[in-house]
Design a protein around this ligand. Structure first.
Ligand code: FEO
Length: 399
């Protein structure tokens, strides 16, 4: 009986043999509203090579797509560019089924894989810049430490000029198309991936982009492990990475808050009006309806963030603690901040938000605005003024 799961040809000797996860909606705290893909690639060289595997539950899909090209037992080598479970989860079962001669990984990949699984003698370290022969073609390896794990590396197939980049240049976006030109509307998902996964490592992304160009190798295909394969829009995604990594200040402000009885929401609106009057723009992100991973995506190209919280039991609201904790881990650079919020009798949340922003190295404007119970005209005027001050600071930075 014909089975429907097929490989998709990527280049003369490379096939996509990954899996499509249409239903995942949470990726360790990052909302994946359009699902994702776990891309794996089969190189049809003399030594048939599988580059990366897929998340554990998708093992059968990977094997079926491989089997649409060759008997999986014909695979000689497996390359693991990254040990995280979405790419290695079924590796032990695939090694058991295929019995490859070798499983290649970076030196730290060997260590991390060994801390996950017992892969036996086949597990072999390859160094940065090392090449292996696949018989009639060569595969080279480049360590990309901390992009985004210590073990991460790229692989490059010279015959087809394909760069396998693992998580880099990927996105969580399930689609029927496999190539960039077949997948419209991808830019937000690429930005979201960068903001949530790669933002803390932006200084390394800039070094990586320099290294890729200094290698002087032809690149016809960039093959990441999530989302579309880059063919026509390689320059566009490389350019976006350079822009996101630099995080130059812009005149966009993210206003995000949670509110108990709409008082902090009223303050947020007045801050927004002040931002516009000051010549900047804002994106309103109420935390009751906006996921943390979308808020940080908006921060990616913002120059400032204003964070509001009512005070509850002497603390900021839990949703505000959540976004601030998440943002702190992503280490945003070149950001101006401000705090605001309503309170009933103590009002600690505003100072807590301000202190948390300052602890991230964010330049915090003023002491923040507090309003008792329901903000009156004077408190709303202070909020408007805070918005104006944020906009003015962004204009100064742009000069
Ligand atoms: Fe797609 Fe870091 O795993």
């Amino acid at each position: 009986m014909r089975q429907p799961l097929k490989a998709r040809k990527v280049s003369d000797h490379v096939y996509w043999v990954g899996a499509i996860d249409w239903s995942i909606r949470d990726f360790h705290g990052y909302s994946t509203e359009r699902g994702t893909t776990y891309n794996a690639y089969l190189i049809m060289a003399d030594k048939i090579t599988l580059v990366d595997t897929v998340k554990g539950p998708f093992r059968a899909e990977l094997l079926a797509r491989i089997a649409s090209v060759i008997d999986p037992e014909a695979i000689s080598y497996i390359v693991s560019n990254h040990a995280e479970m979405d790419h290695s989860g079924c590796l032990p079962e695939i090694v058991e089924a295929v019995k490859p001669e070798k499983v290649f990984a970076s030196p730290l990949g060997v260590r991390n894989l060994s801390d996950h699984f017992d892969l036996g003698e086949q597990l072999t370290a390859v160094k940065d810049g090392e090449s292996i022969s696949l018989g009639n073609m060569r595969l080279s390896f480049f360590e990309t430490r901390m992009l985004h794990w210590p073990d991460s590396m790229f692989s490059y197939l010279d015959s087809d000029a394909v760069l396998f980049t693992n998580d880099a240049f990927g996105m969580h976006l399930a689609s029927s198309g496999r190539f960039d030109v077949e997948v419209g509307d991808w830019e937000y998902y690429a930005a979201k991936y960068y903001a949530n996964i790669l933002m803390p490592f932006s200084h390394l992304v800039l070094k990586l982009l320099d290294r890729v160009s200094s290698l002087g190798i032809p690149i016809r295909i960039v093959a990441p492990d999530h989302g579309p394969i880059w063919q026509r829009e390689i320059d566009k995604i490389l350019g976006l990475y350079a822009k996101w990594a630099q995080r130059k200040p812009t005149k966009k402000v993210v206003v995000t808050y949670d509110t108990m009885w709409e008082s902090t929401a009223l303050m947020a609106r007045s801050i927004g009006e002040g931002i516009v009057a000051g010549g900047a723009e804002y994106k309103m992100m109420p935390l009751k309806v906006c996921h943390r991973s979308d808020v940080v995506t908006e921060v990616l190209d913002a120059g400032a963030i204003a964070v509001g919280s009512s005070t509850i039991n002497n603390n900021m609201l839990p949703a505000v603690a959540d976004i601030l904790t998440y943002l702190k881990g992503l280490k945003p650079k070149n950001l101006v901040g401000a705090a605001f919020g309503s309170y009933g009798w103590s009002g600690e949340s505003i100072g807590q938000v301000r202190d948390m922003l300052a602890s991230m190295g964010i330049e915090v404007i003023g002491e923040g605005v507090k309003a008792k119970f329901v903000p009156k005209d004077d408190a709303l005027a202070q909020c408007f003024d805070l918005g104006m001050r944020i906009a003015e600071r962004l204009k100064e930075q742009a000069q």
